[in-house]
Ligand binder design. Structure first.
Ligand code: NAP
Ligand code: ZN
Length: 352
C-alpha cells in the first residue's frame, strides 16, 4: 500500500511548478508520518528545479525546510508521538555506518546521504519527494523536534538556512572577540548575521545592494560594506577572522580574500560551481589564509541549533506565500528581492 499525496512539482527544467499527485511509501517500522504545516523556499530549490547543478530528475517536488505535526509513527518509533511538532531538513537518510555517520556528520556520509528530494531512497530505490506537499514519511533518525515556543512558520527556514550558517560558524569557533563577515543578505545571509551576533561576534555584512543597510543592522550587522565600492572594500583590508560566503553564483573571491586577517578563513556555502575568475594564490599564501566549504549540518547539530533558537527566540524573517504563488516567489529570489525567506503555508495547497 502507498499513500497518495498532493504536492507541487517541476515536470522539467523549463516548466513552472504546478499541482502534482504522487505516492509516498507506506510507513516502515522506523518511520514518522508528518503532516506538513510550512515549507521554506531555498535558493537550492530553484537551482535544482531548473537543473542549474545538472542531474535533476523529474517530476521533482522541491522543499527541504519542513515543519509539521506527527500524524502517525511506525512500530519501532519511541522518540516521537502523534501530535509532536517536528522538522525535516535537507537529508532523510544516510548509511549509518561510515566514519562521517558515526561522527554525527550524516551530511558527509561516505556512501552518500539521501537528499530529501531529487534523491533516491536507499532501501526501495524510489525517488524522494520534498516538502512542497501535504505529507512526508521520514525515518525517525532524520526527524528533529521543534519547540512550540517558536513561531512555527518562521522556524521552517532554520532546517536549511539556519543549520547551513550555524554549522560553519560553530566549526570555526566563532564567538566573543571574533570578527565575522557574511557575504550576501538573502535567506542564508540573514541567518548568518543573527547567529554570528548571538554568538558574540563583531559582525559585518558584505552586500551588492545599497538599500539593505538598515535591515542588515536590524538583523545583527554592526557594519555594512557595499562590496561594489572599492574604497569601502579597501577600508576593511585584513579585518576578518572568518567570512561566510552565501553568494549563489560564481563571483570573484579575490577582493574578499584581502579582507581576511592572518590565518583567516573564507567559507563557501553558496556556490557549487568552479571558482571563477581564478583565485590569486598570493592572497592566500601571504596571510596563511584558507578557502573552505561547508554543507548543511548533522542531525544532532541541527537539533542543537533548534534548541539554541528556542532558548534565544531566534527565527527567520519571512514572507508567507500561498502554494500557487511559488513561481513568482522563485523569480523574486533570483532577483535578490526576498526579505529574507519565502515560506509556503501548506494549508493553501488545497486551493492551489
Ligand atoms: P538567496 O536568498 O538568493 O541569497 C543570496 C544572496 O546573495 C542575495 O540575496 C544577494 O545578496 C547575494 N547575491 C546573489 N547573487 C549574487 C552575485 N551574483 N554576486 C554577489 N552576490 C550575490 O539564496 P539562499 O537561499 O540564501 O542560498 C544561497 C546559496 O546557498 C544558494 O546557492 C543555495 O543553493 C546555497 N545553499 C547551500 C547550502 C549548503 O549546504 N552549502 C545549503 C543551502 C543553500 P545581496 O543583495 O546582499 O548582495
Ligand atoms: Zn536549502
Amino acid at each position: 500500500m502507498t499513500l497518495s499525496i498532493r504536492g507541487f512539482a517541476a515536470q522539467s527544467a523549463t516548466t513552472p511548478l504546478a499541482a502534482h499527485q504522487f505516492e509516498r511509501r507506506d510507513p516502515r517500522p522506523d518511520d514518522v508520518v508528518i503532516d506538513i504545516l510550512y515549507c521554506g523556499v531555498c535558493h537550492s530549490d530553484i537551482h535544482q528545479a531548473r537543473n542549474e547543478w545538472g542531474g535533476s530528475v523529474y517530476p521533482m517536488v522541491p522543499g527541504h525546510e519542513i515543519v509539521g505535526r506527527v500524524s502517525a509513527v511506525g512500530s519501532d518509533v519511541s522518540k516521537f508521538k502523534v501530535g509532536d511538532t517536528v522538522g525535516v531538513g535537507c537529508i532523510v537518510d544516510s548509511c549509518q555506518h561510515c566514519g562521517s555517520c558515526h561522527a554525527g556528520l550524516e551530511q558527509y556520509c561516505e556512501n552518500g546521504a539521501t537528499w530529501t528530494y531529487n534523491g533516491t531512497d536507499r532501501h526501495d530505490g524510489r525517488p524522494t519527494f520534498g516538502g512542497y506537499s501535504e505529507r512526508i514519511v521520514v525515518s525517525d533518525k532524520f526527524v528533529v523536534s521543534i519547540s512550540d515556543k517558536l513561531d512555527l512558520k518562521a522556524a521552517a527556514p532554520l532546517l536549511c538556512a539556519g543549520i547551513t550558517t550555524w554549522s560553519p560558524l560553530r566549526h570555526w569557533n566563532v564567538g566573543k572577540g571574533s570578527k565575522v563577515a557574511v557575504i550576501g543578505l538573502g535567506g542564508l545571509g540573514h541567518m548568518g548575521l543573527k547567529f554570528a551576533k548571538a554568538m558574540g561576534a563583531d559582525v559585518t555584512l558584505f552586500t551588492r545592494s545599497p538599500g539593505k543597510e538598515d535591515e542588515a543592522r536590524r538583523l545583527g550587522a554592526d557594519h555594512v560594506v557595499l562590496s561594489t565600492d572599492e574604497k569601502q572594500m579597501a577600508a576593511v583590508a585584513r579585518q576578518f577572522d572568518f567570512i561566510l560566503d552565501t553568494v549563489p553564483n560564481p563571483h570573484d573571491l579575490n577582493p574578499y580574500l584581502n579582507t581576511l586577517t592572518l590565518n583567516g578563513t573564507l567559507c563557501l556555502v553558496g556556490q557549487l560551481q568552479p571558482l571563477e575568475p581564478p583565485v590569486q594564490a598570493v592572497s592566500v599564501i601571504l596571510g596563511r589564509r584558507s578557502i573552505a566549504g561547508s554543507a548543511i549540518g548533522g542531525i544532532g547539530e541541527t537539533q542543537e541549533m533548534l534548541d539554541f533558537c528556542a532558548e534565544h527566540n531566534i527565527v527567520s524573517d519571512i514572507e508567507v506565500i500561498d502554494m500557487k504563488d511559488i513561481n513568482a516567489a522563485y523569480d523574486r529570489v533570483v532577483k535578490s528581492d526576498v526579505r529574507y525567506r519565502f515560506v509556503i503555508d501548506m494549508a493553501s495547497l488545497k486551493s492551489a
